[in-house]
Ligand binder design. Structure first.
Ligand code: DC
Length: 231
């Protein structure tokens, strides 16, 4: 059976990774969470003290980018690949609100994007990949056979992210999560390099009122239609 590239873009907390993981499992494809890669570079920047509320030392980050190695390793218990930064599993650390509050700034740096996009293109070179992010259908794989653009209201998205953080034991306020979601929407869609935009040929999925199962079935039928067209 022919393999395709599935590009999933959209605002933060629109459930991109949930559906991407479901699809990858169902199709036997590789799943790549590109947001995790930008988060890992952000964690590296924080570990070196180059970013905090008052400053961002872009020059030091850029000069030291060659010291960042990001890998994914499949965890059979979880059923997906976890992200490693310079050999250490950072899957949990990269999901904190603190990392979320800096990641859009780090992701706006062209040198960071250049490095990560190169790696992403390599990971998907044999197709059979589901990749989610902000620029997958526009920059990383402009020729992807299927492009999805996920949306949902800011309130629904903040509620989902808030529930997720609380369920893993983080102490956060809903207002802070909502503000972070809105700030990231703004920075991600207004940056100069590869801003978040819907590709002309992407199919928009608003999942504000869709159950996970309904969304999965809807997207799976789009995958099947794409595969039929290519057969
Ligand atoms: O999907 P996420 O929320 O984990 O992504 C974290 C941040 O990384 C997001 O605010 C924007 C950035 N990002 C990006 O600029 N390009 C991508 N392909 C993926 C994520």
């Amino acid at each position: 059976m022919q393999k395709i590239t599935i590009a999933i873009d959209g605002f933060s907390s629109t459930g991109k990774s949930t559906v991407a993981k479901q699809l990858a499992k169902h199709l036997g494809y590789i799943y790549v969470d590109t947001g995790a890669m930008y988060r890992a570079v952000t964690l590296f920047t924080m570990q070196n003290g180059w970013i905090d509320n008052d400053q961002f030392d872009v020059a030091s980050l850029v000069t030291n980018l060659d010291k960042v190695t990001i890998n994914f390793k499949f965890n059979p218990e979880l059923g997906f690949a976890e992200v490693y930064l310079n050999g250490a599993n950072v899957e949990r650390e990269i999901r904190t609100l603190e990392v979320s509050s800096y990641v859009s700034k780090v992701a706006a740096i062209p040198e960071v994007r250049y490095q990560l996009v190169k790696q992403q293109q390599l990971m998907g070179k044999d197709k059979g990949v589901v990749m989610d992010g902000r620029d997958i259908g526009t920059v990383v794989f402009p020729y992807a056979e299927l492009k999805l653009f996920m949306t949902a209201s800011a309130d629904k998205r903040a509620t989902r992210r808030f529930d997720e953080l609380i369920s893993r034991g983080d102490i956060v306020k809903y207002e802070d999560v909502l503000r972070n979601v809105q700030e990231r929407d703004y920075i991600d869609s207004h940056r100069e390099d590869s801003p978040l935009v819907k590709a002309d040929d992407a199919i928009e999925i608003d999942n504000s009122d869709l159950t996970l199962e309904a969304q999965f079935q809807k997207i799976l039928s789009l995958v099947n239609k794409t595969l039929e067209k290519l057969a």
